[in-house]
Structure formats: C-alpha cells, structure tokens
Design a protein around this ligand. Structure first.
Ligand code: HXC
Ligand code: NAP
Length: 291
C-alpha cells in the first residue's frame, strides 16, 4: 500500500478563499484540509450545521487555517446567495468553488418513487448549477478571475444501473463543466472536473456498498491497481486544479480510479483471470490453426 503524501509547494493556495460544498465530511473534508495546509481560507457548507462546526474546529486545530462553516442547502438558491454574502463579509473575496455535495443510494430504478429520483438529481445537478450560477454572476460582475471544480464520477459518461438518478445528474454536471469552460473563459473563469473511482467514505460506503452487498461483491476486485484511492491522492489533484499552476487547464475531467472504468470496458480485460499454463496451451492451439 502506498502512502500518499502532500504534493504541492507550501503556500500554493495562499490568500485564496475556496468554497467547498459538502465540505464537512468525506472527500470534501479531506480536500478542505489540504487547501488549508496550502494556505487557503475555506468555506464549508451543507445541511447539518453541527457537523460543519465540528469539522471546522477540528481542521482549524489541525492546520492553523481558517474555516467558515455555513448551513446551506444547495438546492435553495436564496441560501447560496446568503452563503456568498457571509463569505464576502468574512473574507472579502472568493476564488474557487468546489461542487462536491451529493446524494446517492443504490436501488433498482423501478423501485424508486419520483421523489427519490428528485432528491438525488436535485442535490447533485440542481445544487451544482445553483452554486455555479450564483458564484459565476458574482465573479463576472466583479471582473475577477476564478475557477470551478466539479466532483463527478466515471459513470457520468458510461452510465450505470442501480444509481440512475446519480448517473443522470453527474452527466449533467460534466456537460456543464465542459460548456462553461468554453463560455466563461472570456471572463477568466476556468471549469474542470474530477472523476473519482472508489475512495472509502462513510457517506458513500453506507449507501452504495451496504454490508450484505460488500460481502458478495468486493469492489476492490474491479480495480486493476488492486486498492481503493487514498484521500490525499484526490486532495493533491483537487489542490492542483484549483491552483494557479493549472491556469491553462480548462474543460478537463481527470479520472482518478486506478484504471477501474477502462478495466470494465475493455473487451478482453477479464482475460487476466486466465492462468499462465492455459495461455501456453491456447497459444499452441491458435498457432496450429494458423499454419
Ligand atoms: C429507495 C429511497 C432510499 C432508498 C431514500 N429514498 N432512500 N428510495 N431506496 N435507499 C426515498 C425516500 O423514500 C423519499 O421518497 C425520497 O427518497 C427522499 O428521501 P428522504 O430520506 O426524505 O431524503 P433526505 O433526508 O433529504 O436524504 C437524501 C438522501 C440521503 C440522498 C436520500 O442518502 C442523503 O442525505 N445523502 C447525502 C450524502 C450521500 O448520499 N453521500 C454519498 C455520496 S457518494 P418518498 O417517495 O418515500 O417520499 C457518491 C459516490 C458515487 O455519490 C460513485 C461511487 C464510486
Ligand atoms: P459524503 O461524505 O456523504 O459527502 C456528501 C456531502 O454532501 C455531505 O457532507 C452532505 O452533508 C452534503 N450534502 C448532501 N445534500 C446536500 C444539500 N442539499 N446541500 C448541501 N450539502 C449537501 O460522501 P463522499 O463520498 O465524500 O462524496 C463526495 C463527492 O465525491 C460526491 O460528489 C460524490 O458523488 C463524489 N464521489 C465519491 C466517491 C467515493 O468513492 N467516495 C466516488 C466518486 C465520486 P449534509 O448531509 O450535512 O447536507
């Protein structure tokens, strides 16, 4: 097992203020921690203020940075406008938005009510475009350079059964990433995405790999590198993409999944289960046929 280490230069995000939706838990929390270590101020938002306040306190103690926790349901545009106002009052400016908040669970699609479909697409797609629109209007009005980082996943382009609302919503977020990369570059606003494969978090694991499932299907078996992602690996990539080092990176979606989705897609990739001695026999047989 590798031990991922912080990658960017000290001070790489100095004086930047970064809003991370869903920043109180999981991958959001890990990204925020690294942003703080690199000198940024962070604003974390989600529905549960108690969780945000606890995370803010822990991260301030661990890093010496400054975290502003704000209760904000990203489905509600007025709450995002209020969060922006609070951010500006506290820090004077905001430099980057990470659309990380999400809702998801596994279910056969025919078992979903229309409200169950709505709840996921509203958090993921509506939440991401609400934040993007509010921040984008602000930056354009201020004539300020800034950037947006969207956390999607690889089934944004492959699709996936059993998480159909999430797949629809993440596909929309990816389309928004690429569309605005072109449209808003003239205002100095970059737009990129990260597509993570499996990174253990409580939020994802309890909803996507409940114990009965995990006992039957070991998700690590799908990953060619033979392990899950480490949070620092994702944090390294996110910090790079929101930093000025990535000034020429715009409209990109970077996959970080140990080769998982391509492994599932390649016609013959399952042949790595074939033992060596069987290859010897097969080669002999195939060569024989060719003569
Ligand atoms: C079927 C379900 C359901 C389930 C909820 N519903 N869970 N239907 N199967 N497992 C239905 C409810 O019955 C209701 O519909 C509707 O969905 C709304 O449910 P609520 O519980 O009222 O919603 P709420 O309390 O707002 O919770 C939202 C949530 C929840 C999305 C359901 O899981 C949540 O808060 N998630 C936030 C964090 C999260 O999901 N993190 C994981 C991200 S991981 P009815 O019709 O009954 O009213 C991720 C990874 C992707 O995205 C890639 C991995 C490799
Ligand atoms: P997580 O810890 O459950 O994070 C989701 C966050 O979204 C929570 O903090 C939650 O906080 C917040 N949230 C949910 N609904 C919200 C709303 N309406 N308004 C504001 N915030 C809301 O899960 P995670 O695994 O870290 O996921 C983070 C991101 O990575 C997601 O975009 C997910 O799709 C993506 N991802 C994860 C994996 C993985 O393997 N973990 C793989 C691919 C992609 P509240 O409940 O307090 O609102």
């Amino acid at each position: 097992m590798i031990k991922a280490e912080p990658m960017l230069k000290e001070g790489a995000l100095k004086d930047k203020t970064i809003i991370v939706t869903g920043g109180g838990t999981g991958l959001g929390r890990s990204m925020v921690k690294y942003f703080l270590e690199l000198g940024a101020n962070a604003v974390i938002c989600s529905r549960k203020l108690d969780v945000l306040e606890q995370t803010a306190k822990e991260l301030e103690d661990e890093t010496g940075g400054t975290v502003l926790p704000v209760a904000c349901d990203v489905r509600k545009y007025n709450e995002i406008e209020a969060m922006l106002e609070t951010t500006l009052k506290r820090f004077g400016r905001v430099d980057a938005l990470v659309n990380n908040a999400a809702g998801n669970f596994v279910s056969p699609t025919e078992r979903l009510s229309h409200k169950a479909f709505d709840v996921v697409t509203d958090i993921v797609l509506k939440g991401s475009y609400n934040c993007t629109l509010a921040l984008g209007k602000h930056w354009i009005e201020q004539k300020q350079e800034a950037n947006i980082l969207n956390i999607v996943t690889t089934y944004a382009w492959t699709g996936s059964g059993y998480v159909v609302p999430s797949a629809c919503a993440k596909a929309g977020v990816l389309a928004m990433t690429r569309s605005l990369a072109s449209e808003w570059a003239k205002y100095g606003i970059r737009s990129n995405a990260i597509a993570p494969g499996p990174f253990p978090t409580e939020g994802a694991w309890t909803r996507l790999f409940p114990k009965q499932l995990a006992d039957k299907l070991d998700p690590v078996k799908r990953i060619p590198v033979g392990r899950f992602g480490e949070h620092q690996e994702l944090a390294n990539l996110a910090a790079y993409l929101v930093s000025d080092y990535a000034s020429f990176v715009n409209g990109e979606v970077v996959t970080i999944d140990g080769g998982e989705w391509l492994h599932g897609a390649g016609e013959f990739n399952s042949f790595d289960q074939i033992p060596q001695e069987m290859w010897d026999a097969m080669e002999k047989q195939m060569r024989g046929k060719g003569q």
